[in-house]
Ligand binder design. Structure first.
Ligand code: PLP
Length: 378
């Protein structure tokens, strides 16, 4: 089955009881037992048919053994982090999502888990960082907002050689374009709030694991810690995911046109987009993904000019988050990355004039005109 077909026919489709074509919202907490201990479902934290349909769908899309749905991307990441015991060490991509950085450096450390943040785009740095108590490598590729690329296969090989668990946050590429599990990942995570949901109307997270052993552990954690996704949000997410392919194709087309347009201008300093052959890691990305996604960052020279552009766009909405049907525009230095000290931001390349856009599915020409008008203002 190709991806677009899998999005419609993957997982558990419809409802056996009624023949309903769309999976019903089983808005229920507990279930009648046919005798003590004789039941299909017991309690909805443990299992719910609507959530299970979603979990089966994401499992099929990522090609794993089992999927798990949580109340947010951070809840999914937190659940995975509880796989590790105190005294463990984990290696993490240095420019991971800010919330992940906060979780790892301010919460997980309380449980005696030591985290090192390094540039995982350089596999040698990863090897050098492995210690006796290292248990896992956690990466994100491409990253936010500079779209840095890590070679999933290379890190997968390092993880296998040292018997480490290899975790990939695949939010930016989505399973439509990139399947880390086929490249060596053991666990794939998503903030489903972004492209999977795709409509700025649900906060959710998913995790997919590679084998039965991890599936048992993750279900034990999901049921014990309890950060599950509710039936209604599970249904909304599945509804959004059906059009993931169409949305990603349209986004890809427009993103390429926008990058081409930005390249023609002499008032843009640097453009960050994995599809540019000049982008660092471009070839690596091509080797592991089938598309470049809808995130583009570019530097307009100064914070003042960036703010002017943000004020002028009409179709690009000034907002955090990404991956939805509507195009969004943001200023990382003042918004998503404001908590990072200026000096550190500079080291990372997140300048005051860096604008980040998340390309939506509006008409390509309309978006180009909107951006041109905003950039043309003196
Ligand atoms: C948004 C995001 C998260 C966190 O997900 P929430 O759904 O907001 O909790 C994690 N990783 C990446 C890459 C994200 O963009």
């Amino acid at each position: 089955m190709k991806k677009k077909t899998k999005l419609i026919h993957g997982g558990i489709v419809g409802d056996e009881q009624t023949g309903a074509v769309s999976t019903p919202i089983y808005q229920v907490s507990t279930y009648k037992q046919n005798g003590v201990g004789n039941f299909k479902y017991e309690y909805s934290r443990t299992g719910n048919p609507t959530r299970e349909a979603l979990e089966a769908l994401i499992r099929d899309l990522e090609g794993g053994y089992a999927g798990f749905a949580f109340s947010s991307g951070m809840a999914a990441i937190s659940a995975v982090m509880t796989l590790f015991n105190s005294g463990s060490h984990i290696i993490v991509t240095d420019d991971v999502y800010g919330g992940t950085y906060r979780l790892m450096s301010k919460i997980i450390n309380r449980s005696g888990i030591d985290v090192t943040f390094i540039d995982t785009s350089n596999p040698k740095e990863v090897t050098d960082e492995i210690q006796e108590n290292t248990v896992a490598i956690f990466i994100e590729t491409p990253t936010n907002p500079l779209l840095k690329i890590t070679d999933i296969r290379s890190i997968g090989e390092i993880a296998r050689k040292h018997s480490l668990l290899f975790i990939v946050d695949n939010t930016f590429s989505t399973p439509y374009w990139q399947n880390p599990m086929t490249l060596g990942a053991d666990i794939v995570l998503h903030s489903a709030t972004k492209y999977l949901g795709g409509h700025s109307d649900v906060v959710a997270g998913v995790a997919v694991v590679k084998n039965e052993k991890l599936a048992k552990e993750m279900h034990f954690i999901q049921n014990s810690v309890g950060g599950i996704l509710g039936p209604h949000d599970s249904w909304l997410l599945m509804r959004g995911m059906k059009t993931l392919g169409l949305r990603m194709e349209q986004t890809e087309k427009t993103a390429k046109a926008i990058v081409q347009f930005l390249e023609t201008r002499n008032d843009i300093n640097t453009i960050y987009y994995p599809g540019l052959s000049s982008h660092r890691g471009h070839q690596t990305h091509v080797n592991q993904s089938n598309g470049f996604g809808g995130m583009i960052s570019f530097d307009v020279g100064s914070g003042k000019r960036a703010q002017e552009v943000l004020q002028k766009t009409k179709l690009f909405t000034l907002a955090e988050s990404l991956g939805a049907v509507e195009s969004l525009i943001s200023l990382p230095a003042k918004m998503t990355h404001a908590s990072i000290p200026k000096e550190r931001r500079k080291e990372l390349g997140i300048t005051d004039g860096l604008i980040r856009i998340s390309v939506g599915i509006e008409d390509t020409e309309d978006l180009l005109v909107d951006l041109r008008d905003a950039l043309d203002i003196e």
